[in-house]
Write a protein that binds this ligand. Structure first.
Ligand code: HEM
Length: 399
């Protein structure tokens, strides 16, 4: 069957007319060839998977590896050449048993029970940032005044970044991801985060605290380098995703005024809003990526050892096999088992924190700003389609 499937030249990333829909080519592929071949940016010919069932089954298949030395980026990366050496502690790029060792250390910090403890504090953070935004008066950029600082504070709190350093971390993380940063600036920002964390780890080793970094430092299970990498992964994975879900999610709601009105009328819909926005927007739109650890058969296809596999979470979440009318944003939809947080052993470790944060954000926005609207035409909102995480750079709003 392998010979009859088409070969796509690179992962389709450009959006069509609607900034919330995945690249139109993905839907065409999913209809005819949910498993196709794809040329990766380095010339390697691997696979592109777009069907919901196929993506879900492959993400649960231990035959696929996440080992960093096997992975290839499906998009040209600005920060570094592909297949760089994997830093000690980079558990996102490991298989069991190494992956399990690190994952176990951090997962307990992101359980439903532990994140719930943060709810009163997180509510205060969201209210305070909205107070500041409202005091400034519209038109104002919701991304820089609300989405970014809220997301940065939440992850800093769990890690245990002291209050006086949060602004420094926030700035470094923002410049790592901003659409305006050059490759050099992004590399500098990554090094800057590592440097700041290294200082913090040293302090925590001397004076342990009861936050994530303090506790891990005290156990002595991880080396300094591993701890710095684990901290950087959590900061980066937790910040950019949440910030973009807040910004892009608000944009999507404002572009679907009936949906925003429904939330304003009934804020108890907020948990549904979160699940539906996660599915509909699927901001990790260049993920997931894996490689065949050994020769394997899948759905009549032969994957050779080392074949790179790009699993399109965005295409999978718009598959009619998942839900009725998948291209419609419908906040009254019963939540469906979407793949916005991935699936299998690498499924998002911070998903309960993200859900809590987003629920509080959309509930509070609807309650406090029922008349929220865009202050610019939708076409003027700058999107970033060429990065691993889809999102927007700015959202000018008024109310
Ligand atoms: C709405 C926000 C978020 C979205 C959409 C999201 C999405 C994802 C996805 C799709 C994966 C799986 C990648 C793969 O299959 O290789 C993932 C993994 C991960 N996420 Fe999230 N994430 C979000 C928020 C967070 C937060 C708040 C944290 C907090 C620390 C976080 C930390 C991580 C980590 C550490 C991994 C890697 C897990 C592993 O390899 O075992 N994420 N996320």
């Amino acid at each position: 069957m392998t010979d009859t499937v088409p070969t796509v030249d690179g992962l389709p990333m450009s959006r069509g007319r609607c900034p919330f829909d995945p690249a139109p080519e993905l839907a065409e592929l999913r209809r005819e060839h949910p498993v196709a071949r794809m040329v990766f940016p380095d010339g390697h010919v691997g696979w592109l998977v777009t069907g919901y069932d196929e993506v879900r089954r492959l993400l649960a298949d231990r035959g696929l590896s996440s080992r960093g030395d096997l992975l290839r980026s499906p998009i040209p990366l600005p920060m570094a050449g592909d297949r760089t050496e994997v830093a000690p502690g980079m558990f996102t790029a490991m298989d069991p048993p190494e992956h399990t060792r690190f994952r176990r250390e951090v997962a307990a910090w992101f359980s439903t029970r532990r994140t719930r403890i943060l709810e009163p504090w997180l509510t205060e953070v969201v209210e305070a940032h909205l107070d500041a935004m409202i005091a400034q008066g519209g038109p104002v950029d919701l991304v820089s005044t609300f989405a970014e600082p809220t997301a940065a504070l939440a992850i800093c709190e769990i890690l245990g970044v002291p209050a006086e350093q949060r602004e420094l971390f926030g700035k470094a993380i923002t410049s790592l991801f901003t659409v305006h940063s050059s490759a050099e600036e992004a590399i500098g920002a990554w090094q800057n985060i590592g440097g700041l964390l290294f200082g913090l780890v040293n302090t925590r080793r001397a004076e342990p605290t009861d936050d994530l970094l303090g506790t891990l430092a005290a156990t002595g299970e991880l080396t300094d380098e591993e701890l710095v990498t684990v901290g950087s992964v959590l900061l980066v994975a937790g910040y950019d995703t949440s910030a973009n879900m807040i910004g892009l999610g608000t944009f999507a709601l404002l572009e679907h005024p009936d949906q925003y009105a429904a939330l304003v009328a009934d804020p108890s819909l907020a948990p549904n809003v979160v699940e539906e926005l996660l599915r509909y927007l699927t901001i990790v739109h260049a993920g997931s990526i894996r490689a065949a650890g050994a020769d394997m058969e899948f759905g009549g296809h032969h994957l050779a050892a080392g074949d790179a596999v790009s699993l399109s979470l965005g295409a999978a979440n718009r598959d009619p096999a998942l839900c009725v009318d998948p291209d419609r944003l419908d906040i009254t939809r019963e939540p469906v088992p979407h793949l916005a947080f991935g699936h299998g052993i690498h499924q998002c470790v911070g998903q309960q924190l993200a859900r809590l944060e987003l629920r509080i954000v959309f509930e509070t926005l609807a309650r406090r700003l029922p008349g929220l609207r865009l202050a610019v035409p939708a076409e003027a909102v700058p999107t970033r389609a060429d990065m691993i995480i889809y999102g927007i750079g700015e959202l000018m709003v008024t109310w």
